[in-house]
Design a binder for this molecule. Structure first.
Ligand code: F6P
Length: 376
């Protein structure tokens, strides 16, 4: 048997994963004569040595399929639930890596996966990563695959919500994924012509939002679409969260750490109902009926767009080229029209947020979209 590489998909699934697996499999076999072993369900499958050989028929018909044929999980090598315990399984993972005599391991995932891959690099494994997530929040890459598909799905949903909001003279508050960044909410809101767009990067003033809706009403538009990112926060909540994070940094002894952790959990639990509360407040403040649509995981499902298929294919083949050149400990990033290798140490611990001077923000403001707060 010739040389062999491993691949796994980790974190939340994302359209384009199968296209990337296909590209890795085909280019490894065709261009570099490398065998490819897939590990099931992310780092857990690598730890439990659950594998599938990626060759022949298994690589056919994948380009259009959503999800990941390998399965995925959010398990971390160094904090893996095993029975009733949470254990550091790094050594077992390293053993399995050597058991298959792997030349390198490809980890496809978002920010969390980049961190875990970096840890494995530090533990001595040859790792190359690909950036995928519908959130588009991985640092050091222009874009992640999955984002374009989710953007299209969310935009299409806003298009459909327009006609029903218009017919019923209602506010429709549509919650869009994106974790703690606003790429998806801002992009879909802009493309779908939402009247209000609320993103985590711009904590909002509820009264400014209500005022924007009332102004529309005075102009004869008695419906409004409010696109809200799941991580968007009212100004007072953003302040509370910032204070809690500061306390977390400062907490020295265990008692204080536990207290802050409990307060952060309580904050997150309260935030889970944010979109419903926002809708109720807007109803009270504007006198218009309001409804909520939470798009949820529908944004991650189904066929990837052409752009995501192309991106995943480019990144998949570029990472096999990197392995052939023995370039390890790096992420294959997108930079303009090309791909580039970025040291994983440069990627981890950062999140790519929407800059306040981003052209999408400028365009939204100039087309009279309320962003919940004046952005200078
Ligand atoms: O990171 C992708 C993402 O879809 C986020 O937008 C969202 O916050 C999260 O995953 C949901 O995670 P889960 O699928 O575990 O509910």
């Amino acid at each position: 048997m010739g040389k062999c590489i491993g691949v796994l998909t980790a974190g939340g699934d994302s359209p384009g994963l199968n296209a990337a697996i296909r590209a890795i499999g085909k280019s490894a076999l065709t261009a570099f004569n490398l065998q490819v072993i897939g590990f099931r369900d992310g780092f857990r499958g690598l730890m439990e040595n659950r594998t599938v050989h990626l060759e022949g028929e298994i690589l056919s018909g994948l380009l259009t399929q959503g999800g990941t044929i390998l399965g995925t999980s959010r398990d971390k090598p160094h904090k893996m639930p095993v029975g009733s315990k949470v254990l550091d399984m790094t050594e077992v993972i390293i053993d399995n890596y050597h058991r298959h005599n792997l030349e390198a391991l490809i980890c496809i995932g978002g920010g969390g996966t980049q961190k875990n891959a970096h840890r494995l690099t530090l533990a001595g494994m040859n790792v190359v990563t690909l950036p995928k997530t519908i959130d588009n929040d991985v640092a050091m890459t222009d874009i992640t695959f999955g984002f374009d598909t989710a953007l299209s799905i969310a935009t299409n949903a806003i298009d459909r919500l327009h006609s029903t909001a218009h017919s019923h003279h209602r506010i429709i508050v549509v919650e869009i994924m994106g974790h703690n960044t606003g790429w998806l909410g801002l992009g879909a809101g802009l493309a779908g012509g939402a009247d209000v767009i609320l993103i985590p990067e711009i904590p909002y003033d509820l009264h400014q939002v209500a005022e924007a809706i009332r102004r529309r009403r005075h102009r004869g538009k008695n419906f409004s679409i409010v696109a809200v990112s799941e991580g968007a926060l009212a100004q007072e909540d953003a302040r509370e969260l910032a204070e809690l994070k500061e306390k977390k940094q400062e907490a020295r002894d265990e008692k204080k750490q536990k207290k802050v952790a409990a307060a952060l959990d309580a904050f997150q639990a309260k935030h889970a109902g944010n979109t419903m509360r926002l809708s109720a407040h807007l109803e009270q403040l504007t006198g218009l009926e309001s409804r909520v649509t939470i798009l949820g995981h529908v944004q991650r499902g189904g066929t990837p767009t052409a752009a995501d298929r192309i991106l995943a294919t480019r990144l998949g083949s570029a990472c096999v080229t990197a392995i052939d050149a023995r370039q390890y400990g790096c992420m294959v990033a997108v930079k303009g029209e090309s791909t580039t290798l970025v040291d994983l140490a440069e990627v981890v611990g950062k999140r790519k947020v929407v800059p306040l001077d981003h052209p999408w923000i400028k365009a939204a403001l100039e087309t009279d979209t309320c962003l919940g707060n004046q952005v200078s």
